[in-house]
Design a protein around this ligand. Structure first.
Ligand code: FNR
Length: 232
């Protein structure tokens, strides 16, 4: 058995802050409502992205207004400006965080409609995009069922949806005036989830060697992949 290389005690294997800063994360609220709890959660995630050393781009779905998808309108006028603008913002980011409400145990129509419009554009920006899903709801479940439903179209489009998700229950009474979570253990959990997600985004974006390790599971025995792994 070989020992893994270890950093000397007291030193960090993490890169300097400059490297993380170059990572741009689009954090999008999927609620159109003023005073939305998902917009508050999106703002908190954007703040945590910044505190973890990366660069957040906070956005709201109302900034990307799209009519109901209509194939005739698409043929006659092309995609709406809102869909093109959203595609461009996703494309410009290394990673994507979506804070989405849950409507009737599923994805809100406005969120799905925006995804449908954006999916018609080329390049299609969800493909290979590292994606984290969070939700807020006044219920005890926090909108988690909506996130499972949201995974389906995003994974279908090639987004790499992070296994962990974060759903904030009783969100209407969960925030401090400063926008943090009143429950400090929940805040720590959210910060840890964001930080772990950023570790993956950093590896996937900046270190091609680790990128290959991520995509090739250890039991993969296809010859080309094995050669690439040993070259790392
Ligand atoms: C809801 N809401 C809701 N909440 C939930 O936890 N599970 C659900 O299935 C639903 N269904 C639902 C359907 C419709 C049509 C509406 C309008 C609302 C309540 C929802 O979570 C609540 O309104 C949140 O406050 C919405 O998120 P924002 O706008 O605060 O971000």
């Amino acid at each position: 058995m070989t020992d893994s290389p270890r950093a000397p005690e007291g030193t960090s294997t993490k890169p300097g802050p400059g490297i993380r800063e170059s990572l741009r994360v689009l954090v999008l609220s999927g609620s159109l409502r003023t005073g939305s709890t998902n917009s508050r959660l999106a703002a908190l995630v954007a703040s945590l992205v910044g505190r973890a050393g990366a660069t957040a781009d906070l956005a709201h779905l109302r900034d990307f207004d799209t009519p109901s998808y209509d194939g005739d309108a698409e043929t006659a006028q092309g995609p709406p400006a809102g869909a093109v603008a959203l595609r461009d913002r996703i494309e410009a980011a290394h990673a994507f965080v979506m804070a989405s409400p849950e409507y009737n145990a599923s994805v809100p129509g406005v969120v799905k409609n925006a995804i449908d419009w954006v999916s018609r554009l080329r390049p299609q920006p969800f493909k290979d995009k590292q994606t984290l899903l969070v939700s807020a709801s006044p219920s005890m479940v926090g909108g988690n069922r909506g996130l499972w439903a949201l995974r389906v179209p995003l994974e279908h489009l090639g987004a790499r949806v992070y296994p962990d998700m974060f759903s904030l229950a009783q969100a209407h009474q969960a925030f401090t005036d400063d926008g943090d979570l009143i429950d400090t253990r929940l805040q720590e959990r959210l910060a840890a989830t964001v930080s772990s997600f950023l570790d993956l985004v950093e590896a996937d974006t900046l270190y091609p060697c680790l990128q290959r390790r991520w995509y090739e599971f250890l039991g993969d025995s296809t010859s080309a992949s094995v050669t690439q792994r040993t070259e790392c």
